[in-house]
Design a protein. Structure first.
Length: 378
């Protein structure tokens, strides 16, 4: 049993000013006890739940030529690199990460391999059409109902936590148009039915309006990006589909994590961020994640660096941003009953930062301590 004293505590939803003492036992949070003995005083810090990065790619070496790298790097080299990336994330306070696209089910292997790492949730290779977005990860499946059902069955047998389908093309794949659909409504529906009957959630990568709409009506649990890119360098949100996203409680993953030193946000991404504030005001469950690995300015620890920019796009309070990367992100990954909050019974995955991030999100980059299942990491 150990107890941690902090100057302020953010519980996943609310900031509690003034000293609090959190009691941990066996990797779990037991409760609060300001009279506890055997206390570790963390000093003038805000203690909060460890961050949940709901969209990462541990296999990608940021800044590499992804196609050439995935084609030539042996699996043991990739696996070791993934471990290093996971440790980088952990030291930045990311105690849970959902890998939404690996090669050879290596994120499943890393998840099951032990060691002091973030909790990993893995999708395996994303389902994509032959030659489609991220085909080089090995998840090519023809646009055919029975082939798609077989692909889900393979993922179930490999022990994935979530099924990822590329409903549209994407930016990092040569020859792929982000706004174009890859699968039909019926085909996405087949994936969703097969996954749900095996007890697995589905999240769909979707940029174009048709792809988002088909995924939403097919019953996916999450939509990644939902940028409504129109193929002309702009974005055209479909508010009927957004209303459906809201009424169905579908999580929207906005991959805004990026280093501050990266290039300016490109115009098509700015266009896609321009309607986030209205989406949030309308009640959408928007999770801020990173897509770490896909490009040089998205290293695996980048999530906390993008939070201020995300706050500006979404026009929400800093506290709401913190909820988006803790409590809400945990719920979107299906682990909301044990991650993303500081509450009795929750996992002792904790982050202490200097200062008060509800006043200034820059404090999220001043990591003072990280605990993973009650073990101090740094
Ligand atoms: Zn991604």
């Amino acid at each position: 049993m150990i107890s941690l004293r902090c100057a302020r505590l953010f519980d996943g939803d609310t900031m509690h000013d003034g000293p609090r003492t959190v009691v941990l036992d066996g990797g779990r949070i037991v409760g609060f006890d300001d009279a506890a003995v055997d206390v570790v005083d963390l000093g003038d810090v805000t203690l909060m739940p460890g961050l949940v990065d709901a969209h990462t790619h541990l296999v990608f070496e940021p800044g590499s030529d992804i196609l050439a790298d995935m084609a030539s790097t042996p699996r043991d080299v990739v696996l070791e690199r993934m471990r290093r990336h996971a440790v980088e994330a952990l030291h930045a306070g990311i105690t849970t990460l959902r890998d939404l696209g690996d090669r050879d089910y290596l994120a499943v292997e890393l998840r099951d391999g032990g060691g002091l790492l973030p909790e990993i949730l893995a999708a395996g290779p994303p389902i994509t059409i032959p030659g489609g977005h991220c085909w080089f990860l090995g998840g090519e499946v023809p646009a055919d109902r029975s082939a798609l059902i077989d692909a889900v069955a393979e993922r179930v047998s490999r022990g994935v936590d979530v099924v990822k389908i590329m409903a549209t093309g994407g930016g990092i794949t040569p020859g792929s148009a982000a706004h174009s659909s890859q699968y039909s409504f019926e085909q996405i529906s087949a994936v969703v039915e097969a996954a749900h009957s095996a007890g697995l959630p589905v999240t769909a990568h979707a940029h174009g309006a048709l792809g988002v709409r088909d995924a939403v009506h097919a019953g996916v649990d999450g939509v990644e990006h939902a940028t409504f890119l129109d193929g002309t360098g702009g974005a055209a949100p479909d508010w009927d589909t957004i209303a459906e996203i809201i009424s169905r409680g579908i999580y929207v993953g906005v991959t805004a994590g990026r280093l501050l030193t990266g290039p300016p946000t490109p115009p098509h991404v700015l266009a896609a961020r321009a309607f986030l504030a209205r989406m949030h005001r309308s009640g959408a469950r928007i999770v801020c994640s990173s897509d770490a690995g896909i490009i040089a300015y998205k290293p695996h620890h980048c999530l906390p660096h993008g939070l201020s920019e995300f706050q500006g796009f979404a026009d929400i309070s800093a506290a709401a941003v913190l909820t988006s990367v803790t409590r809400l992100a945990a719920e979107s990954c299906g682990v909301g009953s044990r991650k993303g909050r500081i509450a009795p019974g929750y996992d002792a995955d904790l982050l202490a930062v200097s200062g008060d991030p509800t006043q200034d999100l820059a404090a999220m980059r001043s990591v003072s301590a990280v605990y993973r299942a009650g073990t101090r990491v740094c």
